[in-house]
Design a protein. Structure first.
Length: 276
């Protein structure tokens, strides 16, 4: 493939890589890799996204941009994408994330920025940006650039952290520039040509956990080092099976309510679906 070298089957890197100025911890992918498999949060997000693909179907290939360790794409490739024969690929600038994805058996791994990604090699029908754009200071121009490079009618599935009232040093440690609310969606719509298809909060049952474990201690004057924040985040995701079971129950209740037309009025995350 022109401008790319194949490291191993299904794993490509650009011949000449662009400079990567990323607002993401150097060991961010490794920290996530430790917790993804046992995290109710990551599992539930995968299930929600799977339902989003069914509810808002697309024609063509799927590209997971900023795919991290390939956790979600691995789930989709072995599940819904395999079932419906959807070709997919991941675009991730972090070499450690790509190596971890390869160890999981993810197919079509491109270790690059999206501006380097070989879009002409694919018939792109959808883009995934799962907890990505909060790491980008100029999210407007980033989304504009994606929209310019993909066909008209491409769906863009986005998840972001929500509720500015939940901002804490965990967000700063993770390299976030913002948590999103309705005004941010209006800002994106006003400054891009994207069309809004769907928007909703999710993880309503996590709001209390985040406020009690992250926000409240800091309001009371507690300060944390980056090392302590990483340990806290690992504990936050690696819970007991009993607690994960309770959280799974809350997830299914949230999904059942949504299916009968009741959207959560708040949540720690937001799902947004745009079309170019």
């Amino acid at each position: 493939m022109k401008n790319f070298n194949r490291i191993e089957p299904g794993y490509f890197i650009p011949t000449i890589a662009l400079e990567r100025n990323l607002s993401y911890p150097n060991i961010g992918n490794e920290d996530c890799y430790k917790i993804e498999e046992n995290s109710q949060w990551f599992r539930a997000r995968n299930k929600l996204l799977e339902q989003a693909f069914i509810g808002f179907p697309f024609n063509g290939d799927f590209i997971d941009v900023g795919a991290g360790n390939g956790y979600q794409l691995n789930y989709f490739q072995k599940g819904i994408f395999n079932k419906f024969r959807i070709t997919s690929a991941m675009c991730e600038p972090g070499a450690d994330g790509c190596i971890n994805a390869a160890s999981r058996g993810v197919e079509n791994i491109y270790c690059c920025l999206f501006e380097e990604f070989p879009v002409k090699e694919f018939n792109i029908g959808a883009i995934g940006l799962f907890d990505v754009i909060e790491h980008i200071e100029d999210d407007i121009n980033f989304l504009k650039d994606i929209a310019k490079r993909v066909p008209n009618g491409t769906k863009i599935f986005i998840t972001v952290p929500a509720l500015k009232s939940l901002w804490s040093s965990e967000d700063e440690h993770a390299g976030h520039f913002r948590r999103y609310n309705r005004n941010d969606i209006k800002r994106i719509l006003a400054k891009t040509n994207l069309k809004l298809i769907h928007s909703r909060y999710f993880f309503s049952y996590y709001v209390v956990f985040v406020w009690l474990l992250r926000v409240l201690p800091e309001k009371l004057g507690k300060k944390y080092t980056n090392e302590i924040l990483a340990i806290k985040e690992e504990k936050y995701h690696n819970r007991s099976n009993k607690l994960n079971g309770i959280l799974d129950l809350f997830y299914w209740i949230e999904m059942l309510l949504f299916k009968i037309g009741i959207k959560p009025v708040f949540g720690t995350s937001r799902l947004i679906v745009f079309s170019t």
